[in-house]
Design a protein around this ligand. Structure first.
Ligand code: G3P
Ligand code: MG
Length: 256
């Protein structure tokens, strides 16, 4: 039996869309150190129920949370993020860069974050954020890890990526998870790309969205998410256009 044989057949599509209208970006945006468990706790304390976070692979092929390709900005480590093993990453301080109260906050393993999310009944948007050159490997391993971690959950995580190579590998490996294509600009062939990857949603920079794009996506039975929306008035406008979920740093003012 292969690693994916016994996985559930989750059904997430336009008509069966289980996610809330707001998703907390990197845990708590900028209120706490991004992509740490501390951030998720802060986000949850403001009523957030779905969390976006960035996942890449350690040198020993284990998924962990970090946004950048290097350790430098958000940890006490230096160099390529994918160059450290999970055990080495666990020794790093991912909180001091933000502010003193968070000193010592660890770089979380994906498995620890999933355990917390599931124990608290929260939903997830897992952004597959591969280290350069590891796109397909990251897509495949994150999809497998996610599918196993949520295997007995009614609602699976939504997986997204800017990397089409990562998305393709993820979907090849676990076709039954829901996927969204992330775009920072809107290519003319956005619909074809979303379709080609079997995605259930477009996840776009809110600055490139228009009401017409949202309507077109909906007409094609696709949901629309957008990032990173930090102005409540802008969030209301996007909601008025029918956007299904805004991903926000403003976890204290833009709530589900
Ligand atoms: O997943 C949405 C958003 O997080 C994409 O941009 O750079 O914040 O990961 P970034
Ligand atoms: Mg992200």
């Amino acid at each position: 039996m292969s690693e994916t044989d016994a996985l559930p057949r989750w059904q997430v599509d336009f008509d069966r869309w289980p996610y809330p209208a707001v998703c907390a970006h990197r845990g708590a945006g900028t209120l706490a150190p991004e992509n740490t468990l501390a951030a998720f706790r802060v986000g949850a304390s403001h009523g957030q129920s779905m969390f976006e976070f960035d996942v890449k692979l350690s040198a020993d092929g284990k998924p962990f949370l970090l946004h950048d390709a290097t350790l430098d900005r958000t940890t006490s480590g230096r160099g390529a993020a994918g160059g450290a093993t999970l055990a080495e990453l666990a020794q790093l301080d991912a909180g001091s860069w933000h502010s003193a109260p968070w000193a010592g906050e660890p770089v979380p393993a994906f498995a620890n974050v999933v355990a917390w999310l599931r124990a608290n009944g929260h939903l997830a948007n897992v952004e597959i954020k591969p280290s350069p050159g590891r796109e397909a490997e990251t897509g495949a391993l994150v999809a497998i890890a996610a599918a196993h971690a949520w295997r007995d959950a009614a609602v699976p995580p939504l997986l997204s990526s800017f990397s089409e190579a990562a998305l393709a590998a993820a979907r090849r490996t676990v076709p039954t998870l829901p996927y969204a294509l992330l775009v920072d600009t809107l290519p003319e062939d956005w619909l074809e790309r979303v379709r080609a990857h079997g995605c259930v949603a477009l996840d776009a920079n809110h600055r490139v969205l228009t009401e017409a794009v949202v309507s077109r996506a909906h007409a094609e039975r696709l949901r629309v998410l957008c990032y990173t929306v930090n102005d409540p008035a802008r969030a209301a406008t996007l909601r008025g256009w029918g956007v299904d979920c805004v991903i926000t740093d403003a976890v204290d003012t833009i709530r589900p």
